[in-house]
Design a protein around this ligand. Structure first.
Ligand code: NAP
Length: 435
């Protein structure tokens, strides 16, 4: 029997478990350990609440979770309740699927002002992540600035701009929905330090901004390169840029009918955030591209109102004591997922925060091939038996998948009309339900 511990129950964790089952069949026993009492990581807390079809992939993970040789061990924090070294002693292979839950920091003056949030915090708030559920973001002012030109920036802009009706069918947490509906937002400015041809936004997500009930996007036509240049882009990017061209063609009279203007400000690099104790404005430097398409400041600066700022500039994997880490790239030091024989990483903890949910699948399968190469068939390690002994000694009570199903049922039972669930946002509430 091979014993595998996977740390993290998001997509990368479950694809790895699925791959281990396919590779080793009954000859493997997998424990998926998570610090939260609820599984699925990014699916529950990262994917936008109004993108339920993407969340459907959790059904595939559940199939894996419900098999006899895979176990969910929730509410256990690796690094606190148990160390990686202890896991390595108990299991033949330890796979870190811890994702990248921390915000990359925007290192400019004023970034610490009240009203400036990282996307992990802000997205975690509306998705009911226990770490961020109490955020109560500064939405009373009229202007919001979003920094970054990726899909997370689009998620944040869209969530800020939807009507109550447009949230029907979503699982946005009730408190966040109420807060958003009371907001006074008039303008959302999306700042990109490079140009329309350098965005990291995908067409489907960009297209959604053009179909909102109470908001309309604005792109300055003069920011767009000559139309012929789009032909050189790869097809997905070309579609995205086509959306930007459509936004540039929207008549001002149409925008005037809407409550919220979503303005794309390209070639705009944030230099400082200013305000009296809380953010009021953001100072931006106009940029241009150098021959390698990097943004270079022109020296011209201007100020835009910003009563709230959300930085959507990427995420970081937190290091774990004793595990080699590449600080520059914000991920575990690894070769194709192998940190050292017996210790591996997958997903964002391996590659950094890029790619879609599906990108994690080959990661998991690749790492399981390495596990097969590295390990003897039977090392005599005790796996879950050893983990259970250690946790019992320490008085740590793990949450099982059956416990989670009780939480899930209770969340479905209290959902508002049309919504799949009303999430519990406090760990204590979750534990109370399963008890
Ligand atoms: P991302 O795609 O890496 O985009 C980050 C953006 O931040 C880039 O535009 C980058 O600009 C900008 N940036 C970085 N540092 C900056 C700085 N100091 N000042 C100004 N701008 C800065 O990251 P993300 O949006 O967080 O998304 C993470 C991953 O999740 C991506 O792979 C994304 O596609 C995926 N995702 C997918 C979906 C979906 O499919 N629906 C939804 C959400 C997220 P430069 O290009 O100039 O570096």
């Amino acid at each position: 029997m091979r014993h595998i511990a996977i740390v993290g129950s998001g997509p990368a964790g479950y694809y790895t478990a699925e791959a281990a089952q396919k590779k080793f069949g009954d000859g493997v026993s997998v424990d998926i350990i998570d610090r939260l009492p609820v599984p699925f990581g990014l699916i529950r807390f990262g994917v936008a609440p109004d993108h339920q079809s993407i969340k459907g992939v959790a059904r595939r993970y559940e199939k894996v979770a419900l098999t006899d040789n895979v176990r969910f061990v929730g509410n256990v924090t690796v690094g606190e309740d148990i160390s990686v070294a202890e896991l390595q002693a108990a299991y033949d292979a330890v796979v870190l699927a811890t994702g990248a839950p921390n915000d990359r920091k925007l290192n400019i003056p004023g970034a610490e002002l009240e009203g400036v949030y990282g996307s992990a915090e802000f997205v975690g708030w509306y998705n009911g992540h226990p770490d961020h559920a109490d955020l109560g973001p500064a939405l009373a002012g009229g202007h919001v600035a979003i920094i970054g030109n990726g899909n997370v920036a689009l998620d944040v802009a869209r969530i800020l701009s939807k009507t109550q009706d447009e949230f029907v069918g979503s699982d946005i947490v009730a408190r966040a929905l109420e807060w958003l509906m009371a907001a006074k937002t008039e303008q959302v400015t999306i700042l990109g330090r490079r140009g329309p041809h350098q965005i990291a936004m995908t067409p489907k997500e960009l297209g959604e901004l053009g179909r909102l009930e109470k908001a309309a996007p604005y792109v300055d036509l003069s920011d767009l390169p000559e139309e012929g240049a789009d032909a050189l882009l790869e097809p997905g990017m070309r579609k995205s840029v086509t959306h930007l061209r459509e936004f540039a063609a929207i008549p001002e009279s149409y925008r005037a009918e809407k409550d919220i203007r979503i303005e794309f400000d390209f070639f705009a690099s944030p230099k400082a955030i200013e305000g009296d104790g809380k953010t009021e404005r953001i100072i931006v430097e106009r940029t241009e591209l150098d021959s390698e398409l990097r943004s270079v400041g022109t020296g011209e600066t201007y100020s835009i109102p910003a009563h709230m700022v959300v930085t959507c500039i990427g995420y970081q994997t937190p290091p774990i004591e004793g595990v080699p880490f590449e600080h520059g790239r914000g991920r575990f030091a690894n070769d194709e997922g192998r940190i050292l024989p017996g210790l591996y990483c997958v997903g964002w903890a391996r590659r950094g925060p890029t790619g879609t949910i599906g990108t994690n699948r080959p990661d998991g399968y690749g790492v399981v091939d390495l596990v097969a190469e590295d390990l003897a068939e039977d090392s005599g390690k005790k796996g879950r038996e050893a983990l259970d002994d250690l946790l019992a000694e320490r008085g740590v009570k793990p949450v099982t998948f059956a416990d989670w199903k009780k939480i899930e049922e209770a969340e479905a039972a209290r959902a508002r009309d049309g919504s799949p669930r009303e999430k519990f946002v406090k760990i204590e509430e979750m534990l109370e339900i399963m008890r």
